[in-house]
Write a protein that binds this ligand. Structure first.
Ligand code: SAH
Length: 465
């Protein structure tokens, strides 16, 4: 059996035997393929599925109310056998296959010589999937996921490509054409599609055609990779990650996320090593610049959001100074990820009207403005505060926050290893001494934490697995 041959089926006569649910599911594909369909079933039309009644009413299908027999089948070269009567399906299939007809037998894949693969269909773009009949259900789920991943802009890409093909043909010899499209679609210009500006793409492609070359230019993608769960990456993050030539990452980035990059991409670890310190920030900035200057598309993956305690701006600085192109992709910051997965609404009309993201890790000598942190109606989220937990809690109590204020410590939030410690300002230090939750951990302070019992869906999910 081949999945690689496409057949022109416009206006070919096809006999469909049986007009039940299976037939109703297959009918749209057959109509899309252009078949002239005769549908046979002994039941009256008003007993058949509504979709079928509609297709008969609008004339797309010719309905004959009786059971099909061998003589009917004998005049058709294409047959779909979807009757409830399996013996009839078998009898018609055997006779038709012997004649060399094309047969799809819904009740027996062995007695078929064509099938209906799952089709991902988005505008002019279409591809089919097959799991060799092993799991139609799984295949359908996969198909739905893949369909969502195909950007809407692809239709515009296809139209533009077909429009410009004659010009490309004129400018480039055959062996260079494929390379041209490959480079063009992998270049910065393709970004315009995602911003729905095909006019800009046309402009750039025409310039390149006139110059008969595509400038290769490095670019930096500063990508927020979220707090851990790979499903929390944005579609844009995944797309840019998949086109990057080099990927730089640190310990906040999981293997699973890293594996979403191109298999042939170079991967560089720039986080803390066991025995050494982190790569100094200046060296890292310099490395990013050098890679871009070599014409590479460089993805720098940052945990959470690049602009929340992520030194994102510092890492862009040199690239900006050299006038090189860059993009910044926002990510779900640890506070948002931890709050959602631990069941803590950061604001709530009855509890908190503002949220503060605070760093527990300060430069030596710098001190937090405690008085501003204990104002009424706010939720406080401390990043990098695990080591400073005793100072944070005593500072807040000393500044006037009630010692019974609820506190949550959430570690490795959004991952399968997420743990949560619930306590109060006066008890959380001792609880953590006993539990020793590992880093990375985030601390949430405020009365919203008391809602965590109600909304802890992720704990329930983990417990139920
Ligand atoms: N840019 C990141 C923050 C980097 S600072 C962001 O937007 O999330 C590093 C701190 O983030 C850690 O010390 C910890 O407090 C917090 N953090 C990051 N990932 C976390 C996770 N999965 N669970 C809990 N805290 C996390």
């Amino acid at each position: 059996m081949s999945a690689l041959i496409q057949v022109q089926t416009q206006n070919l006569p096809l006999l469909m035997v049986g007009a039940g649910r299976v037939a109703a599911r297959r009918l749209p594909y057959l109509l899309q393929a252009g078949f002239q369909i005769c549908l046979m079933d002994p039941r009256p039309l008003h007993d058949l599925p509504l979709e079928i009644q509609e297709r008969v009413a609008d004339g797309s299908v010719n309905f004959v109310q009786r059971a099909a027999n061998l003589a009917d089948a004998a005049v058709y070269s294409w047959l779909v056998l979807a009757s409830n009567d399996q013996r009839l399906n078998q009898e018609l299939a055997e006779a038709s296959l012997v004649r060399g007809a094309m047969v799809n037998n819904a009740s027996n894949a062995e007695l078929s010589n064509f099938s209906f693969p799952a089709v991902v269909d988005k505008g002019s773009f279409r591809f089919s999937l097959s799991a060799k009949g092993l799991s139609p259900g799984l295949l359908k789920a996969l198909k739905n996921r893949l369909t969502v991943l195909i950007p809407h802009s692809l239709e515009a890409v296809l139209r533009l490509v077909s429009e410009l093909r004659p010009e490309v043909k004129k400018h480039f010899p055959e062996h260079k054409r494929a390379l041209f499209w490959q480079l063009a679609m992998g270049s910065r210009v393709s970004e315009y599609f995602y911003l729905h500006r095909p006019d800009k793409v046309r402009e750039a492609l025409q310039t390149w055609l006139a110059d008969e070359q595509i400038p290769s230019e490095g670019e930096l993608y500063l990508i927020g990779a979220g707090p851990g769960d790979p499903e929390l990456l944005t579609l844009r993050a995944v797309r840019l990650l998949q086109q990057a030539d080099v990927v730089l990452y640190d310990r906040l980035i999981s293997d699973e996320i890293l594996r979403m990059s191109r298999p042939d991409a170079e991967r560089i670890y720039v986080g803390k090593r066991k025995d050494r310190h982190e790569v100094p920030q200046e060296d890292l900035n310099q490395l990013l610049l050098q890679l871009c200057l070599q014409g590479k598309r460089v993805a720098r993956l940052k945990g959470g959001d690049p602009y929340v305690f992520g030194r994102g701006a510092e890492e862009l600085q040199l690239v900006v100074q050299h006038g090189l192109p860059f993009q910044v992709v926002p990510g779900i910051t640890a506070a948002n990820g931890a709050a959602a997965y631990a069941g803590i609404p950061l604001t709530h009309r009855d509890h908190a009207w503002s949220v503060r993201f605070v760093t527990g890790h300060r430069k030596p000598g710098a001190s937090l403005n405690w008085a501003s942190l204990v104002e009424e109606g706010q939720t406080l989220v401390f990043y990098m505060g695990l080591q400073q937990l005793p100072e944070i809690t005593s500072g807040l109590i000393a500044a006037g926050l009630c010692p019974q204020t609820p506190v949550a410590l959430i570690s490795e939030a959004t991952t399968g290893r997420q743990q949560k410690l619930l306590g109060e300002l006066s008890t959380i230090v001792e609880l953590q001494q006993q539990s020793q939750l590992p880093s990375p951990s985030i601390i949430i302070v405020g009365s919203v934490v008391s809602l965590s019992h109600q909304f802890a869906w992720f704990d329930q999910l983990l417990a139920s697995l």
